[in-house]
Structure formats: structure tokens, C-alpha cells
Design a protein around this ligand. Structure first.
Ligand SMILES: NC(=O)c1ccc[n+]([C@@H]2O[C@H](COP(=O)([O-])OP(=O)(O)OC[C@H]3O[C@@H](n4cnc5c(N)ncnc54)[C@H](OP(=O)(O)O)[C@@H]3O)[C@@H](O)[C@H]2O)c1
Length: 145
């Protein structure tokens, strides 16, 4: 299936886009957090969710990039409900601060998309003295809502 890009039982294939897969869905009652939403797959995920009406919180470590991406999304979908909030998954203090800010906003969370991650980084320690890839991809994901 994957190799030949043939449609599977869902009617979609590995070449289907997020827009195609979500076509016709009204998700305006949902709230989602997308980590690493300032670039790559996370940005596209945030964009398409916003186009489908989801209230999207872009959890990003670089707020400048996050705000630029948010503006891009709003340009394409003026009614999009998107916010950028700071989250550095490699820092437990940042993770706690983010979770606390989200919790105190009173919003109910429907979707948590743990997209952000790093791969094959040279050995580095995080601010908490934990190997960076493990800290980012595993410990940082243990967001407490
Ligand atoms: N693309 C692929 O073929 C592929 C294959 C297997 C797995 N994946 C995984 O799928 C996910 C998305 O892939 P991608 O290609 O879109 O990757 P990408 O372009 O490298 O994007 C990764 C995102 O994670 C963010 N991020 C990294 N460290 C972070 C931290 N400490 N705190 C918060 N955010 C952090 C990055 O933020 P900055 O913009 O600030 O750097 C970026 O927005 C990643 O987890 C990747 O490992 C991708």
C-alpha cells in the first residue's frame, strides 16, 4: 500500500493530504494542542486543524517563529482560532509552566498532538541534566493536564 501509494480501506493513501483526509469535517467544538507547530509536520497539522475549525494551541519553543506561523494560518483562514504558547520540551520547568498556563485558561483539551521531537542529536544534556533526545521526546511529553 505504502510503496505503491494505493488507497487503503479508509479510501486514503500515504500520498493523501491532511486537507483531503479531513474534508467536510466541522471540528469547531474541539481544542487541540500541537507541539512543534512552528515548522514541518506540526505546522501543517495546526493549519489543517484550524481550517477545520479546531481551536488550536501551537506549543512552540521559538515564539517568533510560532507567531509568524500563526499569522500565516490566519491569513489563509481568517476565522481560525489559533494561539501560540511557549513550550520547550527539553525543560521540565517550561513543560510545567505551559501545562499550568493551559490549565488555568479553563479550556478543555480534546486533542494532544505530540509532534515535536529531535532525532540523532549529538550527546548533549538538557537544562535538567538529562540526555537531550530522551528529555525532549519522552520526558517532555508527559504533560500533566
Ligand atoms: N519527517 C519525517 O520523515 C519524520 C520521520 C520520523 C519521525 N518524524 C518525527 O515527526 C515529528 C515532526 O517531523 P518534522 O519533519 O516536521 O520535524 P522538524 O521539521 O524537525 O520539526 C520538529 C519540530 O519540533 C520542535 N522541537 C524540537 N525540539 C523541541 C523542544 N525542545 N521543545 C519544543 N519543540 C521542539 C521544532 O521546533 P523548532 O522549529 O524551534 O526547531 C520543530 O517545530 C518529529 O518529532 C520527528 O522526529 C519525522
Amino acid at each position: 500500500m505504502w510503496l505503491f501509494k494505493k488507497n487503503g480501506p479508509s479510501g486514503f493513501s500515504s500520498s493523501s493530504t491532511a486537507e483531503q483526509v479531513t474534508f467536510g469535517i466541522d471540528a469547531s467544538s474541539l481544542t487541540a494542542i500541537v507541539t512543534g507547530a512552528s515548522s514541518g509536520i506540526g505546522a501543517e497539522t495546526a493549519r489543517v486543524l484550524a481550517v477545520r475549525g479546531v481551536n488550536v494551541i501551537m506549543a512552540v519553543r521559538n515564539m517568533d517563529s510560532g507567531k509568524k506561523m500563526k499569522e500565516e494560518i490566519v491569513k489563509q483562514a481568517p476565522s481560525a482560532k489559533v494561539d501560540a504558547m511557549e513550550l520547550d520540551l527539553s525543560s521540565l520547568a517550561s513543560v510545567r509552566k505551559f501545562a499550568s498556563a493551559f490549565n488555568s485558561s479553563g479550556r478543555r483539551l480534546n486533542l494532544l498532538i505530540n509532534n515535536a521531537g529531535v532525532m540523532a542529536t549529538p550527546f548533549t544534556l538538557s537544562k535538567d541534566n538529562i540526555e537531550l533526545q530522551f528529555a525532549t521526546n519522552h520526558l517532555g511529553m508527559l504533560l500533566d493536564f
